[in-house]
Design a protein around this ligand. Structure first.
Ligand code: TRP
Length: 458
């Protein structure tokens, strides 16, 4: 019981989530976001539908979920930020670099995430103005080009969103993060349900369901598996310190494996619900599903415009998408903020201002990748694509790899059984033993294989 006694000392002033429901809302709020409504549908559309979803689910079970549980346990045990957690568990050893790379990763994700979130917010108003009510894709392409390739309008939206989420962070962990996500999640769910009912009652909706549920495995390649792995990390907000940071706000009696499982299932349900709002309609109107990232911005409006009461549902859809991005962005900003305020002893407000301003600066390069910085390429990719590529394909999988190596090989089974069961309070030894074997062998090997094959080594 007394190994790592330092890990049990908890500074009394540290704030945390106050209720079980609040924990779930905040954690799910982090998981649910553009990943469900933008990435999951367009990647599913590009990579052949159900077969991709099948591979994605395997990645979630073998990689995303185990890394999530690992991070939550590490965070809750240490009650420290992503860097401090590793410093506490392995003092004077370089493991804390996992946290440093995580904070950097949070930054790079936010740089492009806040840009896309800005587009989504601006689309609520574009939808309401009627500018998107057209079944002609050249018209919606024009609106999208105009929304993204001018200079000030996309920057305005990006900075506004950063300001809003920064303000929630300043309000604190319980009064800000927990309170806001507890309000947003149910609204989001209801709005999505309304859009689902609309799409599923369209004549010809069944083709879309077939696309989502009837797999064609010939579409699966090494690249597709790497994409699914990247998505499983991105979706569950793991591999870079968000879950370590949120775990540090968990109460000591929180059942971590069960919380993680509930969040994973709910998040997958939201992704499938987004898929069911989109693909039945896409197929009902004979539109192409494999258009990539522009699916949400160019295809969806034409599809909604084709259906009865389309403008109304389009506004709802962009509204719910916008709300979904908020909880995710808060959780990304919280990683550097917790680090700065605890390791460098800045006040929470100062740390939030510093983080938001820095993200606004770096993020502007992502936003301007559609206009003035279009031709500024790093290894063939513009800034936007570089941030997304680096984080999805390298930083998060590698971060996840080191987290599993740390928890299984360095920290070890005894610690996992002790801390994962709340010091014997929970009766989950066999579950944790299985978890231990998975994070020790299956997850790291899967990540290494997928990384190698994604980079064409075999
Ligand atoms: N999971 C969120 C989504 O699906 C995005 C997100 C929030 C995230 N925090 C993260 C992704 C941390 C990676 C790491 O939109």
């Amino acid at each position: 019981m007394n190994s790592n006694s330092s890990s049990q000392t908890k500074p009394p002033s540290r704030e945390g989530f106050s209720t079980n429901l609040g924990v779930i809302a905040a954690t799910l709020g982090s998981a649910v976001g553009l990943g469900n409504i933008w990435k999951f549908p367009y990647m599913t559309g590009e990579n052949g539908g159900a077969a991709f979803i099948f591979v994605y689910l395997i990645c979630v079970f073998l990689c995303g979920l185990p890394v999530m549980i690992s991070e939550l346990i590490i965070g809750r045990t240490t009650h420290a930020n992503a860097v401090g957690a590793f410093k506490k568990l392995a003092p004077k050893q370089p493991w804390y670099m996992i946290g440093v790379s995580g904070a950097l990763c949070a930054f790079l994700i936010m740089a492009y995430y806040s840009c896309v979130s800005g587009w989504v917010f601006s689309y609520i108003f574009k939808a309401a103005s009627g500018a998107l009510t057209t079944t002609d894709p050249t018209k919606t392409t024009e609106v999208f080009t105009q929304a993204t390739s001018t200079i000030w309008s996309p920057l305005f939206w990006q900075w506004l969103i950063l300001f809003l989420t920064g303000s929630i962070i300043v309000m604190g962990v319980s009064k800000g993060i927990e309170r806001i996500t507890k309000t947003l999640m149910p609204i989001l769910f209801v709005l999505l349900l309304i859009c689902d009912i609309r799409a599923l009652t369209l004549p010809g909706a069944s083709e879309g369901l077939k696309f989502l549920f009837n797999p064609d495995f010939s579409k699966i390649t090494g690249g597709v598996i790497l994409a699914a792995l990247g998505l499983s990390f991105f979706k569950l907000s793991v591999g870079m310190g968000t879950m370590t940071t949120y775990g540090s706000y968990f109460r000591d009696d929180q059942n971590i494996p069960s919380t993680a499982f509930k969040v994973m299932i709910s998040d997958t349900v939201v992704s499938m619900m987004a898929g069911m709002a989109i693909f039945p309609a896409v197929f009902a109107y004979g539109v192409k599903a494999d258009v990539g990232p522009s699916l949400l911005f160019i295809t969806i409006p034409t599809v909604f415009s084709s259906m009865p009461l389309g403008t109304f549902f389009m506004i709802l859809f962009f509204l719910l998408s916008s709300l979904a991005t908020v909880g995710a962005m808060i959780s990304l900003i919280e990683v550097p903020v917790a680090y700065l305020s605890e390791e460098l002893k800045l006040t929470r407000t100062k740390a939030a201002i510093l983080t938001v301003v820095a993200i606004a600066l770096v993020g502007s390069t992502a936003t301007l990748s559609s206009s003035v910085l279009k031709d500024t390429l790093i290894a063939g990719r513009n800034f936007f694509d570089t941030y997304s590529f680096l984080t999805d394909n390298i930083l998060m999988p590698v971060g996840g790899l080191f987290i599993t190596i740390f928890i299984a090989w360095k920290w070890g089974k005894e610690n996992i059984l002790e801390k994962g069961s709340n010091y014997g309070q929970l009766d989950n030894t066999s579950l944790l033993t299985n978890f231990y074997h998975i994070v020790k062998f299956v997850t790291p090997i899967a990540i290494i294989l997928v990384l190698l094959s994604g980079f064409g080594v075999f």
